[in-house]
Design a protein around this ligand. Structure first.
Ligand SMILES: [Zn+2]
Length: 133
Protein backbone atom coordinates (compact mmCIF):
# COMPACT_ATOMS: atom_id res chain seq x y z
CA UNK A 1 0.00 0.00 0.00
CA UNK A 2 1.43 3.42 -0.95
CA UNK A 3 1.64 6.19 1.66
CA UNK A 4 -0.96 8.20 -0.29
CA UNK A 5 -3.50 5.36 -0.33
CA UNK A 6 -2.69 4.64 3.33
CA UNK A 7 -3.45 8.30 4.15
CA UNK A 8 -6.75 8.18 2.21
CA UNK A 9 -7.62 4.97 4.01
CA UNK A 10 -6.99 6.57 7.44
CA UNK A 11 -9.19 9.55 6.48
CA UNK A 12 -12.05 7.18 5.57
CA UNK A 13 -11.64 5.32 8.85
CA UNK A 14 -11.60 8.55 10.90
CA UNK A 15 -14.74 9.78 9.09
CA UNK A 16 -16.56 6.56 9.96
CA UNK A 17 -15.38 6.61 13.58
CA UNK A 18 -16.62 10.20 14.01
CA UNK A 19 -20.16 8.90 13.44
CA UNK A 20 -19.75 6.22 16.12
CA UNK A 21 -21.39 6.60 19.54
CA UNK A 22 -18.90 7.49 22.29
CA UNK A 23 -18.51 5.60 25.57
CA UNK A 24 -20.12 8.57 27.37
CA UNK A 25 -23.15 8.53 25.04
CA UNK A 26 -23.50 4.75 25.38
CA UNK A 27 -23.42 4.90 29.20
CA UNK A 28 -26.07 7.64 29.19
CA UNK A 29 -28.35 5.50 27.01
CA UNK A 30 -27.81 2.37 29.11
CA UNK A 31 -28.35 4.06 32.49
CA UNK A 32 -32.15 4.11 32.28
CA UNK A 33 -32.50 0.53 31.01
CA UNK A 34 -33.09 -2.72 32.95
CA UNK A 35 -29.63 -3.32 34.45
CA UNK A 36 -30.14 -7.11 34.54
CA UNK A 37 -31.31 -7.49 30.94
CA UNK A 38 -28.96 -9.45 28.64
CA UNK A 39 -27.35 -7.29 25.94
CA UNK A 40 -27.22 -8.33 22.30
CA UNK A 41 -25.32 -6.66 19.49
CA UNK A 42 -27.14 -6.57 16.15
CA UNK A 43 -25.41 -6.14 12.81
CA UNK A 44 -26.20 -6.63 9.15
CA UNK A 45 -25.06 -10.07 8.04
CA UNK A 46 -24.31 -8.62 4.60
CA UNK A 47 -26.37 -11.16 2.68
CA UNK A 48 -28.90 -10.50 -0.10
CA UNK A 49 -31.81 -10.11 2.35
CA UNK A 50 -29.84 -7.85 4.74
CA UNK A 51 -30.47 -10.24 7.61
CA UNK A 52 -29.85 -8.62 10.97
CA UNK A 53 -27.91 -11.13 13.06
CA UNK A 54 -27.65 -10.77 16.83
CA UNK A 55 -24.51 -11.54 18.80
CA UNK A 56 -23.94 -11.82 22.53
CA UNK A 57 -21.27 -9.54 23.98
CA UNK A 58 -18.42 -11.47 25.56
CA UNK A 59 -15.83 -8.76 26.10
CA UNK A 60 -14.99 -5.06 25.81
CA UNK A 61 -11.52 -4.04 24.64
CA UNK A 62 -9.74 -0.71 24.57
CA UNK A 63 -7.78 -0.52 21.32
CA UNK A 64 -6.03 2.10 19.17
CA UNK A 65 -7.56 3.72 16.09
CA UNK A 66 -4.70 2.20 14.12
CA UNK A 67 -6.00 -1.28 15.04
CA UNK A 68 -8.93 -0.55 12.70
CA UNK A 69 -8.39 -0.86 8.95
CA UNK A 70 -10.46 -0.69 5.80
CA UNK A 71 -11.49 -4.09 4.49
CA UNK A 72 -13.30 -4.90 1.28
CA UNK A 73 -14.35 -8.21 2.86
CA UNK A 74 -16.20 -6.48 5.69
CA UNK A 75 -19.81 -5.40 5.15
CA UNK A 76 -19.15 -2.20 7.15
CA UNK A 77 -15.93 -1.58 5.22
CA UNK A 78 -13.90 -1.73 8.44
CA UNK A 79 -12.16 -4.59 10.20
CA UNK A 80 -9.84 -5.19 13.15
CA UNK A 81 -6.26 -5.13 11.94
CA UNK A 82 -5.60 -8.77 12.89
CA UNK A 83 -8.12 -9.69 10.22
CA UNK A 84 -6.64 -7.31 7.62
CA UNK A 85 -4.43 -8.88 4.96
CA UNK A 86 -3.56 -5.44 3.54
CA UNK A 87 -1.87 -4.14 6.68
CA UNK A 88 1.56 -4.11 5.02
CA UNK A 89 3.62 -3.90 8.19
CA UNK A 90 4.30 -6.42 10.91
CA UNK A 91 5.18 -5.94 14.58
CA UNK A 92 7.80 -8.53 15.59
CA UNK A 93 7.06 -8.05 19.32
CA UNK A 94 3.28 -8.65 19.53
CA UNK A 95 3.33 -10.53 16.20
CA UNK A 96 0.43 -8.51 14.70
CA UNK A 97 -0.15 -6.94 11.30
CA UNK A 98 -0.07 -3.12 11.44
CA UNK A 99 -0.81 -0.17 9.17
CA UNK A 100 1.62 2.16 10.97
CA UNK A 101 5.42 2.23 11.07
CA UNK A 102 5.34 2.13 14.87
CA UNK A 103 3.27 -0.50 16.67
CA UNK A 104 0.68 1.38 18.82
CA UNK A 105 0.63 -1.41 21.40
CA UNK A 106 4.36 -2.07 21.83
CA UNK A 107 5.60 1.33 20.62
CA UNK A 108 8.34 -0.45 18.65
CA UNK A 109 9.37 -0.24 15.00
CA UNK A 110 7.48 -2.51 12.62
CA UNK A 111 9.04 -4.41 9.70
CA UNK A 112 7.94 -4.85 6.08
CA UNK A 113 6.93 -8.16 4.50
CA UNK A 114 10.62 -8.60 3.63
CA UNK A 115 11.61 -8.22 7.28
CA UNK A 116 13.15 -4.77 6.75
CA UNK A 117 12.58 -2.02 9.34
CA UNK A 118 9.95 0.56 8.34
CA UNK A 119 10.84 4.25 8.42
CA UNK A 120 9.01 6.13 11.18
CA UNK A 121 5.76 7.77 10.12
CA UNK A 122 4.70 10.37 12.70
CA UNK A 123 1.76 11.65 10.63
CA UNK A 124 -0.68 9.07 11.95
CA UNK A 125 -3.11 10.46 14.50
CA UNK A 126 -3.75 7.70 17.04
CA UNK A 127 -6.67 7.70 19.50
CA UNK A 128 -8.52 5.23 21.71
CA UNK A 129 -11.28 3.03 20.29
CA UNK A 130 -13.52 0.80 22.41
CA UNK A 131 -14.41 -2.50 20.77
CA UNK A 132 -17.34 -4.58 22.04
CA UNK A 133 -16.99 -8.22 21.03
ZN1 LIG B 1 3.45 -4.74 18.70
Amino acid sequence: MTSRSRERSRENIHRTLQNAMTVRQLIERLEDLDQDAPVLFACNYGDYHNTMQTLTIDDVDEMQSTDIAESAYSHSGLALIDDNEDAGFYCPVCESERTTATCPKCNCRCVTEDGLPVEADDDDEVFMVVVIR
